[in-house]
Design a protein around this ligand. Structure first.
Ligand code: GDP
Ligand code: MG
Length: 301
């Protein structure tokens, strides 16, 4: 669509806030029409702040995908909470994303208060996601429950996986953006490099295949990332585990689990890069890496 001459270019930042697992990353991928953020059925796949950049003829919208705010149990958790608060302060608009399949949780109340207390008063939309999971009769009630949390905000029911109402939500965001410059070149869709996304995709694959007790104790360290030629990339990465006892689980019988994780991650990385990928995965125990500030910094959180 061509903008009319009187229409000026709009741009700005949208903070995606909400608890782990509500669908923030899924929604960003949906808006961009491309997978840039790791999506996982388990909470806390997204550990660092990531930008998703959407450029159209009329506007550039920069989505800030943040780790959710939660009760920090270790240093890594504290660093993640601070990133989430910073995103609220920087943004032109805030999307407070919630899960329609449950009534507001006590954590939703805490986050709603944080949004109201943010120094800058920004336009806030409550995105009621996963409406595909609830019966149509329940929708109005849910909408009212979440409206009570933030009476000033508009509540927007959507399904990020099915796409319901997502184009309308995007239009609303664009219309509310201030006039502004194009901050990033139009072909740039994220601020993370392919290698960072590869790390997240490997972590995502591990979270999908492993049992509950292991995943949060896993970090991924990229040891090598080399484009061999135009069409092939070689990657070597190490899964860092918190406990010796996790090693046999992650490796599996005759290495079967590690192979499954590697194959799945490799396919995702191939889709992202459009190249053939060779991925070598190793496993190493690094006790209590989550409380080790040095490790956290090296891994870029
Ligand atoms: P995040 O932690 O907020 O970034 O959440 P993710 O985007 O990683 O999504 C968490 C889980 O919810 C994944 O399994 C998604 O497939 C799922 N999910 C996200 N959006 C929807 C939705 O609209 N409907 C349903 N049924 N599931 C969704
Ligand atoms: Mg996420």
């Amino acid at each position: 669509m061509q903008p009319s001459l009187s229409e000026r270019f709009r741009s700005g930042f949208v903070a995606m806030t909400g608890h782990p697992n509500v669908g923030k990353s899924t929604l960003i991928n949906r808006f961009l029409g491309q997978k840039i953020a790791a999506v996982s059925p388990r909470p806390q796949t997204t550990r660092r702040k990531q930008l998703g950049i959407l450029t159209t003829v009329q506007a550039q919208i920069i989505f800030i995908d943040t780790p959710g705010i939660h009760k920090p149990r270790h240093k890594l958790g504290e660093a993640m909470n601070q990133q989430a608060r910073d995103a609220l302060e920087e943004a032109d608009q805030v999307l407070f994303i919630v899960d329609a399949s449950q009534p507001p949780t006590s954590e939703d109340h805490i986050l709603a208060r944080l949004i109201q207390e943010a120094k800058r008063q920004t336009i806030t939309l409550v995105v009621l996601n996963k409406i595909d999971l609830i019966h149509a009769d329940l929708l109005a009630e849910r909408q009212a429950q979440f409206q009570d949390l933030l009476p000033e905000a508009r509540v927007f029911p959507i399904s990020a996986t099915r796409g319901d109402n997502c184009p309308a939500l995007l239009e609303t965001l664009i219309a509310a953006m201030p006039e502004g410059p194009q901050y990033f070149p139009e072909e740039q869709i994220t601020d993370l490099h392919e290698r960072d996304i590869a790390v997240d995709l490997i972590r995502e694959a591990a979270l999908i295949f492993l049992r509950e007790e292991v995943p949060h104790g896993i970090a991924v360290r990229l040891d090598e990332y080399k484009d061999r030629d135009e069409k092939t990339t070689y990657l070597a990465a190490t899964l860092l585990l918190e406990r010796e006892a996790h090693k046999p689980i992650v490796i599996g019988k005759n290495g079967a689990m590690l192979k499954r994780i590697g194959t799945s991650a490799r396919k995702e990385i191939e889709t992202m890069t459009g190249r053939k990928v060779f991925l070598e995965l190793r496993v190493k125990v690094k006790k209590d890496w989550r409380d080790d500030e040095e490790t956290i910094r090296k891994l870029g959180y």
